[in-house]
Design a protein around this ligand. Structure first.
Ligand code: DLL
Length: 435
C-alpha cells in the first residue's frame, strides 16, 4: 500500500466512484445546458435534454466535441460561467492550428492542482521533498499544474520552467532536488548534460521524475532512469481537460490512474464513434464532471489508448489507461503502412542508440520516403565508412521487422540532432508541403 493525497477518494470502491460520478454528471450537464449555448444547440439537434442524463451510463446519448468545435467556438463560445468568475487561462501551443484557450475558476484551479498533488504523492512525494518543476511556465499547463500540485503537497518547489540547462543543473545539484518534473525528452537532455559535466547518477539527490506531455516508450523510461538514477513516472493530461494530472502513474507502473471523480473516460472507435468495451484500443474521450469555467462533454482527445480496470498493487481503485500510443494524427501513413514514431524509438534504444533522433518523411516520384537520422554515442563513432554502412543496414533491417517497411537510416555525429527543452519535435513530414 502506498501513500495517497486523498485516500478516501483514490481508494474508494467502484460503487462509491460510480455514485460520485452519477451525482456529478447530473449537475454538470444541467450546468452546461443552461450556460453553454454552443453545446445546448448540439444537444437540441440530437434531441437530448439534461433530464435524459441520469447517470454516467447515459453519457453515450450526448454528442461529441472535437478540436474543430473548440476552434469554432474560440475564444468564449464554450465558456460555462461569467468571465468575472474566471481567474486564469491556459492555452495549447497551437502547432496544429488555432490555439485552444481553456478557462479556469478558482475552484477549477484547486481541483487541477489536487490532481497534480495526487500524482506527486504517487511518485513518493511529500513535504520532505524538493520538487524541481522544469516544464514550461506560462500558457503551457505543465509548469503551472505541477507547481500548484507541489505546493499542495508541501514540497519545496523550484519553479525553474524549461530551458537554461546549465542553471537547471546548478539548482538541481546545489539545492538537492529530489523530484524532477519535465518532458521525458528534456529529462534525457538533463541526464546527458549532467554526465558531460562529470556527474554520475548517484551524485544527485533525485529519487523520482514525473514525466509526460509527449509520447515516450518503456525503452526511453529505462534510459532516463539509468542516466539520472531515479524511478521515472508517467503523467498524462491535456489543456482542454485541465492540464497534467488527468491521469498519473503509481509505483506499480502498470498504467496511469485516471482521476475518475473529476473526469469520465470512454474509448471509442475513431471511425464510427461507437463505444468500445474495456480492454479494446481506440480513441480516448473525456467528459468533465465538475468543471465550472470550461466544462467539456465527450471531448475527443485523438489519443489512442486502452482502459483497464483491475486491482492495483498500490491500492488505488481508479481505472487505468495505458501509455497513449500517440495521437491518431501523429500516426504516419507511409506507403500505405501505419507507422508510430514510438515504434521507431523502441528499435533505436533497443539497438543501443541514443534517444536523439529525427524522422523525415517526404515524397519522391509519387512514392513516400522515410529517412531516420540518429546520433551515435561517442563510442559508436567510426571513420571507417564501410563500418557505418554496415550499422545502418543492420538498423534498417531491425526497423523493417518492427514497421513492415524499410527506412533509410542515417547515423550522424554526436550532438548533431537538436535537443528538446519541452515537447520534442521528432517528425518532419515534408509531404504536407507538396499537398
Ligand atoms: O501536454 C499537458 C501535460 C503537461 C501533460 C505536463 C503531462 C505533463 P497539451 O499541450 O494540451 O497538454 O498536450 C496534450 O499531449 O493529448 C497527448 O497527445 C500528449 N500527452 C500528454 N501527456 C502524455 C503522456 C499537455 N504522458 C497532448 N504520454 C495529449 C503520451 C502525452 N502523450
Amino acid at each position: 500500500m502506498g501513500n495517497y493525497y486523498q485516500p478516501e477518494i483514490e481508494t474508494a470502491s467502484y460503487d462509491e466512484i460510480r455514485k460520485i460520478q452519477n451525482e456529478k454528471i447530473v449537475k454538470q450537464i444541467r450546468h452546461v445546458y443552461d450556460n453553454v449555448a454552443y453545446y445546448r444547440k448540439l444537444m437540441d439537434e440530437k434531441n437530448v435534454k439534461p433530464e435524459d442524463i441520469r447517470s454516467v451510463d447515459d453519457i453515450q446519448k450526448l454528442p461529441f466535441l472535437s478540436k474543430a468545435d473548440l476552434r469554432e467556438a474560440y475564444p468564449y463560445g464554450l465558456l460555462g460561467t461569467d468571465l468575472k468568475n474566471c481567474v486564469r487561462i491556459q492555452s495549447t501551443s497551437g502547432t496544429t492550428g488555432k490555439r485552444v484557450v481553456a478557462f479556469y475558476t478558482q475552484g477549477d484551479v484547486d481541483i487541477w492542482e489536487e490532481c497534480c498533488a495526487r500524482a506527486i504523492v504517487a511518485a513518493g512525494g511529500s513535504e520532505e521533498d524538493v520538487c524541481q518543476v522544469s516544464y514550461g511556465y506560462g500558457l503551457f499547463t505543465g509548469g503551472p499544474g505541477l507547481n500548484g500540485g507541489s505546493h499542495k503537497v508541501g514540497c519545496l518547489t523550484l519553479p525553474m520552467s524549461s530551458g537554461n540547462t546549465d542553471r537547471q543543473i546548478q539548482f538541481l545539484m546545489d539545492l538537492g532536488a529530489t523530484i524532477l518534473c519535465c518532458t521525458p525528452s528534456y529529462a534525457a537532455f538533463i541526464g546527458e548534460s549532467l554526465a558531460e559535466k562529470g556527474y554520475k547518477p548517484e551524485d544527485n539527490k533525485l529519487k523520482a521524475g514525473i514525466f509526460g506531455a509527449e509520447p515516450w516508450t518503456e525503452e526511453m523510461r529505462r534510459s532516463i532512469e539509468k542516466s539520472l538514477g531515479i524511478k521515472a513516472y508517467d503523467i498524462y493530461g491535456l489543456t482542454e481537460i485541465s492540464g497534467p494530472g488527468v491521469s498519473f502513474e503509481c509505483e506499480a507502473q502498470t498504467g496511469m490512474h485516471i482521476n475518475e471523480d473529476h473526469f469520465y473516460a470512454e474509448i471509442i472507435n475513431p471511425e464510427t464513434g461507437e463505444v468500445l468495451p474495456e480492454g479494446e484500443e481506440g480513441e480516448l474521450v473525456f467528459t468533465s464532471l465538475d468543471k465550472e469555467a470550461f466544462p467539456l462533454m465527450r471531448y475527443r482527445t485523438r489519443d489512442l489508448c486502452v482502459l483497464k480496470r483491475e486491482k492495483c498493487a498500490c491500492g488505488r481503485t481508479h481505472v487505468k489507461m495505458c501509455k497513449p500510443k500517440g495521437r491518431s494524427d501523429d500516426m504516419l501513413i507511409i506507403r500505405g503502412v501505419n507507422v508510430f514514431p514510438s515504434q521507431i524509438e523502441t528499435v533505436l534504444l533497443n539497438e543501443g542508440y541514443t534517444p536523439n533522433y529525427q524522422i523525415v518523411v517526404d515524397r519522391e516520384n509519387n512514392t513516400d520516403t522515410l529517412d531516420i537520422y540518429v546520433e551515435m554515442q561517442p563510442d559508436q563513432f567510426s571513420d571507417v565508412i564501410s563500418e557505418l554502412q554496415e550499422r545502418e543496414r543492420a538498423l534498417a533491417a531491425a526497423m523493417r521487422t518492427m514497421l513492415g517497411i524499410g527506412p533509410k537510416m542515417h547515423l550522424v555525429a554526436p550532438k548533431s540532432v537538436t535537443r528538446s527543452e519541452g515537447k520534442a519535435v521528432r517528425v518532419i513530414d515534408n509531404r504536407k508541403l507538396h499537398d
